[in-house]
Write a protein that binds this ligand. Structure first.
Ligand SMILES: C[S@@+](CC[C@H](N)C(=O)[O-])C[C@H]1O[C@@H](n2cnc3c(N)ncnc32)[C@H](O)[C@@H]1O
Length: 269
């Protein structure tokens, strides 16, 4: 799969509901929302851009009266976002070629999009271009310095067929080393994202890690389904502890370099 202009309604709905219908999904959502929202500067006049807004998960959680724009490649995602928000401007477009003038937005967020973009340098340069002087650009992306990334790379490689063979015999087509669902999925490390910010003229003022509870393990190794069914209270408690730890260690070295997500905030000076 890849995100395109023609992403199906089924994929869009599956993505949206993945954050609401399970304990693992709810933890992922609240952890990601918290990391980004606590770094945002919002007042009633802030002009906000959510670049790669998807179904509007962040806009629904952050905007009150302020003007905002949601941009995304996928029409179906934007349709769902507009349905959810019921106001605001939604634009079809690519991060690498933003259809806006220079110096327009006060605050820009870009969550879980960078990994799907081939020219990441150009995408960050575009975010910087459309950001006002003194405005913020906040990017959340998946960290390449993790076992999650190693696991993804194995599933994206030719090795996956060999490793998956015994699991496939036991578990069928959805075995845990089957082919990765995205054709292109390029995670970044914290230093890499900081370098991209630097090249785009953004001064990095915050580097955080996020989602320490590694929800991917629960999603891909049947652990989530099992524990949600048989020990949901333990699972909730585990994520509660993760949230507690995350709130204290997210910005502390070396934890910010090795958590499942990285969040970088830069200011255009
Ligand atoms: C994983 S979703 C994240 C959506 C949303 N930011 C969230 O966190 O819920 C990735 C989104 O990025 C969009 N996307 C992928 N490549 C893009 C590009 N080059 N330009 C703009 N949007 C893109 C996809 O259509 C999809 O909605």
């Amino acid at each position: 799969m890849s995100w395109t202009k023609d992403t199906s309604e089924q994929d869009a709905v599956a993505y949206k509901t993945s954050f609401t219908k399970s304990i693992v999904g709810k933890y992922t959502d609240s952890s990601e929302q918290c990391s980004v929202v606590t770094s945002m500067r919002l007042n009633k006049n802030t002009f906000l851009l959510d670049a790669g807004c998807g179904a509007g998960r962040y806009l629904a959680n952050t905007v009150t009266d302020q003007p905002f724009v949601g941009l995304d490649l996928s029409l179906e995602m934007l349709r769902m976002a507009r349905e959810e928000l019921k106001r605001g401007l939604f634009v079809v477009g690519e991060l690498e070629h933003l259809p806006f003038k220079d110096n327009v937005f006060d605050e820009i967020i870009c969550v879980r999009v960078l990994q799907h973009i081939k020219n990441q340098e150009q995408a960050i340069r575009e975010l910087s271009r459309v950001c006002k002087m003194n405005g913020d650009v906040i990017v959340l992306c998946l960290n390449s310095w993790t076992f999650h990334c190693l696991y993804k790379n194995i599933r994206m490689s030719k090795l996956s067929k060999v490793i998956n063979y015994p699991f496939k015999l036991l578990l069928g087509d959805k075995a845990m080393f089957s082919k990765w669902s995205f054709d292109y999925d390029n995670y970044c490390s914290l230093p890499e994202v900081c370098r991209l910010f630097d090249k785009a003229g953004l001064v990095v003022i915050e580097k955080k890690g996020g989602t320490i509870g590694s929800p991917w393990i629960f999603n891909y190794f049947y652990l989530g389904r099992f524990s949600e069914k048989f020990v949901p209270a333990i699972l909730r408690y585990y994520f509660k502890i993760c949230t507690f730890v995350e709130n204290r260690l997210a910005s502390v070295f070396p934890f910010n370099y090795i958590m499942d997500k990285i969040i970088v905030k830069g200011v255009k000076l």
